[in-house]
Design a protein around this ligand. Structure first.
Ligand code: ADP
Ligand code: MG
Length: 327
């Protein structure tokens, strides 16, 4: 559906997008996640034909965005970072204007506008001047314009930025609804947003794609290990002695916790090894009861810090290859 091949964008000497390649398949919601300055907007502007790439190719349904811009752009609705709103128009005038630009047939115009107005919840402000609307409503008018005519691919650059929590939830619902019949790509620097709405996450940092997977898999695969936390009713030296004797453990840590007489053991093994049963028997044999046990999964935040190289133990600039399809 969208093929991005070896995309490079330089602003003067500054490399904003560095050899980016990926494929977008139909019918999913993709989250483009990265810190500020990662190159998200630049990439989206190139995909939608607003900006020329320095090198590389973008195909939209097989149409090259530079060679056949009209055919390619027909498939896309775009909400740029700064929505191109005309402040002296009302949403009604603006959407009528946008539907003419998009070549929507006169006979269908009314129904199509009504539908996006309903979906984005802008009925109340439909006949007010855009310049007098709040930031949240302006953003929704921009979104209404992007989805008007329901193009196959909808690209939204930070669609929830500047909205209040209630509006964020409403817009996320709209995006989820769109995702049922359209391919949606949204960019965000908010971790929660990708877990809340996206089927697939692409993490970009310093213009490079550092990970691409489902939100759930990202944590598991990048970690490449299994970690469990056990609350054990025993002094720490006993727990350490038990763990030292066990096999297949890559590393462990034992912490003091507020529960009286207990310590917390954090035990890491390889991906395929489940340490819970052997740990249970080893502790039972030593008469050290386990009173709680849970898997400790890497949060998306941890993954993000690890792959974008902003954490303390992350190797800067190293690409984390995400193994797909294991398990
Ligand atoms: P993001 O959307 O992920 O925050 P951008 O794509 O806006 O990132 O920017 C990527 C990098 O390119 C940043 O370092 C930014 O400063 C730089 N940049 C963006 N637009 C321009 C421009 N028009 N001229 C020069 N540098 C730019
Ligand atoms: Mg941006």
């Amino acid at each position: 559906m969208i093929e991005v091949k070896n995309l490079v964008k330089k602003y003067g000497d500054h490399l904003a997008v560095n050899n980016l390649s990926f494929i977008i398949e139909p019918g999913k919601i993709y989250g483009f996640l990265g810190p500020n300055g990662a190159g998200k907007s630049t990439t989206m502007n190139i995909i939608t034909g607003y900006l020329a790439a320095t090198e590389g190719q973008v195909l939209i349904n097989g149409h090259d965005i530079y060679e056949e811009p009209e055919a390619a752009k027909k498939c896309i609705g775009y909400l740029p970072e700064l929505p191109p709103l005309y402040m002296d128009m009302t949403p009604r005038e603006y959407l009528e204007f946008a539907s003419d630009l998009k070549g929507i047939k006169k006979s269908e115009k009314r129904a199509k506008i009504d539908e996006v107005v309903r979906m984005t919840g802008i009925e109340e402000v439909f006949n007010r001047l855009i310049k007098n609307l709040s930031k949240g409503y302006k953003q929704r008018v921009g979104l209404a314009q992007a989805i008007l005519g329901f193009p196959e691919i909808i690209i939204l650059d930070e669609p929830t930025v500047g909205l209040d929590p209630k509006q964020i939830i409403e817009i996320r619902e709209v995006i989820k609804k769109l995702g049922k019949q359209h391919t949606v790509i949204l960019s965000t620097h908010i971790m929660q947003e990708v877990s809340a709405v996206c089927d697939e996450v692409m993490i970009i940092a310093k213009g490079e794609l550092v990970a691409k997977d489902t939100p759930n898999n990202l944590g598991k695969h990048i970690q490449g290990s299994n970690t469990i936390e056990a609350l054990i009713q025993a002094p720490d030296y006993k727990v350490k002695a038990i763990l030292n004797k066990m096999e297949h453990i890559h590393k462990f840590e034992v912490y003091n916790v507020p529960e009286e007489g207990c310590v917390k053991a954090v035990v890491t093994t390889g991906m395929e090894y489940d340490v819970r049963e052997p740990l249970f028997y080893a502790c039972a044999a030593a008469k050290c009861p386990i009173v709680g046990m849970q898997a400790s999964e890497m949060s998306l935040e941890d993954v993000f810090i690890k792959v974008t190289g902003s954490g303390t133990d992350a190797k800067k600039g190293k690409t984390v290859s995400v193994r797909k399809g294991t398990k």
